[in-house]
Ligand binder design. Structure first.
Ligand code: PLP
Length: 430
């Protein structure tokens, strides 16, 4: 598999290099040179496969012979060793595609666990790796659990102090061992900026074997393509005809994966890019101007991102496929409307959480007769228990995965958003 740097098309790497490097020169994202397409007459056969078999097929279409098929099979089996997407009807023509039945109860388990497999494959060749990643809440947990106790891998996770839910924090800041967490006095964008600065520092990069596990890593995106196919395979023939998928967006990795699935020939009619008040993309799509504002804290905190990293990939894909950006539906939803929507969903018998509720709101408002809508359930409601209980006057039960860590002490370090401090820390704590 060949990929090129979106900021310098002459920088070309293969899949394993792209996974190892994360970002290219000038912090450019890697993008696949070849976009595989499934022939129309083969689609049905692929849809009939079970989730794991189909996922191996899809990923090998991208990765090719760079990883021997027998290993790729093993990695996918290890990574997706939990319940795949679950389609839950919430009304006549709308269902939730629940992606939160993995070990850390968010869709990020799919990408993070696959990436961990690929990195341990690389580790057989190379030595110590430092995973440095920024999280707006859920990536941290997914990455920490995917790499916990993996040999030769040290994980450092930055997160905005006080801006993620207590339960989210307890899931990845209580592990210890090879997992180090740092609460940064700033927003998620500030954390993301520190990670980018670290990657721009060649000395630091080589001495620590730096790697990122953010959704900028191509392995995570590719893994996420698989559940779009599974979701499609799980819905009825009738509902497949005019399928609209609404995606709650933060860094826009999930949406990129969905669009890649479509580019392979999965017949999704259209997508809705749903954001909270951090609406850089919706404003861009309506005015043509890219004007990120300061990040705003909302109740859908995993989407509190005003400079979404994956957006250049979305644009590149539209360009490559000669799609029109105006075909992409979009919208942003305030906290107030999100709360009302949570109540509305409860009234029709579905307990949700703020991120999915945003996707549902826009889907419900935009869906036409004859269309069928899926909104992506990106996290388990219990991960946002405070908000959900409060808004719905509920006391939702903690699933097992959350019960234990919520009683353990936090092991985080605290730091100002100061790159020199972080640099020292990374070099000292080797
Ligand atoms: C990360 C996350 C999102 C945003 O996904 P992106 O791929 O960054 O756009 C949405 N909801 C939840 C619960 C998340 O954890």
């Amino acid at each position: 598999m060949k990929l090129y740097n979106l900021k310098n098309h002459d920088e070309q790497v293969n899949f394993l290099q792209a996974v190892q490097m994360g970002l290219g020169q000038k912090q450019g994202l890697f993008f696949p040179m070849n976009l595989p397409v499934i022939e129309k007459n083969k689609l049905e056969t692929i849809l009939e496969m079970d989730f794991l078999t189909r996922s191996i097929k899809i990923l090998s279409m991208f990765i090719g012979d760079e990883i021997e098929l027998k290993y790729l099979k093993q990695y996918i089996n290890n990574a997706f060793s939990f319940s795949g997407p679950n389609i839950v009807p919430v009304s006549k023509n709308i269902s939730c595609c629940e992606l939160f039945h993995g070990p850390t109860l968010a869709f990020k388990d799919f990408g993070a666990r696959f990436m961990a497999q690929i990195l341990s494959h690389l580790n057989n060749i190379n030595n110590q790796v430092t995973i440095l990643t920024a999280t707006s809440g859920d990536t941290g947990a997914a990455v920490a659990h995917a790499f916990y106790k993996v040999k030769n891998v040290r994980v450092i996770i930055l997160y905005p102090n006080g801006k993620i839910s207590k339960l989210q924090e307890s899931l990845f800041c209580t592990l210890g061992k090879n997992i180090t967490t740092i609460a940064i006095n700033g927003s998620f964008d500030a954390c993301q900026k520190l990670v980018k600065q670290a990657f721009n520092d060649n000395e630091l990069r080589t001495t620590t074997g730096l790697n990122s596990a953010n959704s900028i890593n191509i392995s995570r995106l590719l893994a996420q393509i698989c559940y779009y196919f599974e979701a499609y395979a799980l819905i009825s023939q009738k509902n497949r005809k005019r399928l609209v998928v609404s995606v709650p967006c933060g860094n826009f990795g999930n949406l990129t994966a969905g669009l890649l699935a479509k580019s392979m020939g999965l017949p999704i009619q259209s997508f809705i890019a749903a954001t909270n008040a951090n609406d850089t993309v919706p404003r861009f799509l309506s005015t043509g101007q890219w004007k990120p504002y300061n990040c705003i804290s909302t109740i859908s905190n995993a989407m509190d991102i005003s400079r979404p990293n994956n957006w250049p990939r979305v644009q590149e894909l539209f360009y490559r496929k000669q799609w029109q950006l105006k075909e992409l539906n979009f919208g942003s939803v305030s906290d107030q409307i999100t709360k009302e929507t949570l109540c509305e969903l409860k009234n029709i018998g579905y307990i949700s959480e703020p991120h999915a509720a945003i996707a549902y709101r826009l889907l419900k408002d935009k869906l036409k007769d004859e269309e069928f809508g899926l909104f992506l359930g990106t996290a388990h409601p219990a991960k946002f228990k405070n908000v959900v209980d409060n808004v719905l006057n509920e006391n939702i039960k903690l699933p097992f995965a959350l019960k234990i860590p919520s009683n353990l002490p936090l092991l985080s370090y605290y730091m100002q958003p100061d790159f020199n401090k972080l640099r020292k820390f990374l070099l000292l704590k080797k």
